[in-house]
Design a protein. Structure first.
Length: 505
């Protein structure tokens, strides 16, 4: 099965409905564009309402059989799936770099972090366990069943086209649910390659379906009566809309959203490692990671480290992601580039000090690329547009404060609460920080503290809505319904006569 037969011209991205890769009948199409060259790699349809309806109907029809498929059979499909992802990782990474722009090494990391979730899904036998209490009353036992909930939907962003779809459908499916995935329309090709492998691994027809599109398709998934749960990852504006709409329609919703991640640097930190960490986390993937460091808060004497940060950032190599030795590829689109450049302009206008200007970079061989080189602002205040908005580009802001308490208060006042880092050699400072900071992912001398799949991704304030996060134990709870059974079995000797009209067992 190959969704992309080789033929002249851009490939046509298919829908996946009931196990078949099908051509959309839509009149509304977008182009998937290589951000380093502007080459049109493929055309992606915005599915029609009838096609979305067909995908949901296929998922609904498949649920009856799939929920009763033995746990070990579901687990073995995930075992096969992880093996296939591993074998195809270099091929998918090339596609991912071509459509998304990030470096090949980072594209491999994107797939690998998703692969780890699939590996974790192989442990479903010990994750989807209920509880049992014997003799809650004489001869009475209580136990829980963790049952799949039905058709689940996933809506994913452009910045991790492998990892984030893999946060969602493997865990939903291994729990016994069926799934409708709506990938990012900006880079759906690597997602579709993973979906092909999922079918090859043995996921039955209708259990996994894919529709493409934008707001109309998303709104249909959020309101359709057959959909029981919606997983969303993307911006705060869209996530808030998805959370509200799907909640109003009685669905479980998890919405992982935007970020403004701070790194707080105390003067006792290891200077060399900290500067490297700030520059790597600030500019890696062109700043388009939800966990990218976008604000460095230098505390006290650490403010003297600014020149080191600028010099280190200057050494990063900007080029197409497919070129060896590249540190930073292009940003996803011309529109994203224009938005980021507009925000840099606003920073200059509002009086921040542009200590490293990445605008106007020319990359030999790639004159059409959406490149922005590392950009650093000092003397930033919290009222400025560049501080208040998520820039989602290779732009790092540097602020200075006098004390750790001030730094904590500053981070906690920001509307977002996705990731944060503290750099220090003091255990006492680290302990105070982890306790008082109101942010989901906390790194202590770790710049991008994305938890591995035995834990769950989380977030605070404007970065997350819904209580249960992706992967780990939380997502098993999200994708299952608890049923509590209280049972008494009589035999002839224990059977008692008489009617009991109280609530006692
Ligand atoms: P986005 O919100 O623009 O798009 C996300 C998804 O929503 C896409 O599938 C898109 O097609 C769909 N969509 C877009 N506009 C819509 C609308 N008006 N109504 C309904 N659906 C719509 O996000 P993006 O630009 O693809 O991704 C970047 C954002 O994702 C950043 O804000 C980043 O911080 C965030 N992100 C968060 C996490 C996390 O775990 N917290 C992880 C990755 C990315």
């Amino acid at each position: 099965m190959n969704a992309y037969p080789l033929k002249p011209g851009p490939a046509i991205v298919k829908l996946l409905i009931n196990g078949e890769f099908v051509d959309s009948q839509s009149r509304d199409w977008r182009e998937v564009i290589n951000p380093a060259t502007q080459e049109v790699l493929a055309r992606v349809p915005f599915a029609t309402a009838a096609e979305v309806e067909a995908a949901i109907a296929a998922a609904q029809a498949a649920f009856a059989g799939w929920k009763n498929t033995p746990l070990s059979a579901r687990m073995r499909i995930m075992l096969k799936f992880q093996e296939l992802i591993r074998a195809n990782l270099p091929r998918i990474a090339k596609t991912l770099t071509a459509e998304q722009g990030k470096t090949l090494a980072d594209a491999e990391g994107d797939i690998f972090r998703g692969l780890e979730v699939v590996e974790h899904a192989c442990s479903i036998g010990t994750l989807q366990l209920g509880e049992f209490a014997e003799n809650v009353a004489g001869g009475v036992d209580t136990y829980t069943l963790r049952q799949p909930i039905g058709v689940c939907a996933g809506i994913t962003p452009f910045n991790f086209p492998a990892m984030i779809p893999l946060w969602m459908f493997p865990m939903a499916i291994v729990c016994g649910n069926t799934f409708v995935l709506k990938p990012s329309e900006q880079d759906p090709l690597s997602t579709m390659q993973l979906v092909e492998l999922a079918l090859e691994a043995g996921i039955p027809n209708g259990v996994l379906n894919v529709v493409h599109g934008g707001k109309e398709v998303v709104d249909m998934l959020c309101t359709h009566e057959r959909i029981k749960a919606v997983s969303f990852v993307g911006s705060t504006a869209v996530g808030t809309h998805v959370h509200r709409l799907a909640s109003e329609h009685g669905k479980r919703v998890q919405a992982m959203m935007g970020a403004k991640n701070h790194a707080v640097v105390l003067p006792d930190a290891n200077r060399e490692q900290t500067v490297n960490a700030l520059v790597g986390a600030g500019f890696g993937a062109a700043g388009q990671r939800c966990m990218a460091t976008s604000v460095a808060v230098l505390v006290g004497a650490a403010s003297a480290w600014l020149p080191d940060i600028v010099e280190r950032a200057r050494t990063l190599k900007v080029n197409a992601g497919c070129e060896p030795g590249t540190d930073i590829g292009p940003v996803i689109s011309r529109a994203a580039q224009a938005r980021i450049l507009g925000l840099i302009e606003s920073g200059v206008r509002e009086g921040a000090k542009l200590v490293l200007d990445g605008r106007g970079i020319l990359v030999p061989g790639y004159p059409q690329g959406n490149f922005i080189a590392p950009t650093l602002f000092a003397d930033v205040s919290t009222e400025m547009e560049i501080y208040r908005q998520e820039i989602f580009g290779p732009v790092l802001l540097v602020l200075t404060v006098d004390t750790l308490d001030e730094a904590i208060a500053l981070v906690n006042r920001n509307p977002f609460g996705n990731g944060v880092g503290l750099f220090t050699q003091s255990g006492a400072a680290a302990r105070k920080f982890q306790s008082e900071i109101d942010v989901g992912q906390v790194g202590i001398n770790v710049p991008i503290p994305v938890p591995l799949p035995f834990f769950s991704f989380t977030g605070s304030r404007g970065s997350k809505l819904g209580d249960l996060g992706p992967y780990g134990k939380q997502v098993v709870q999200f994708y299952t319904q608890t049923k509590t059974v209280t049972a008494r079995w009589f035999d002839d000797e224990t059977a008692e006569g008489g009617v009991n009209t109280t609530i006692r067992l």
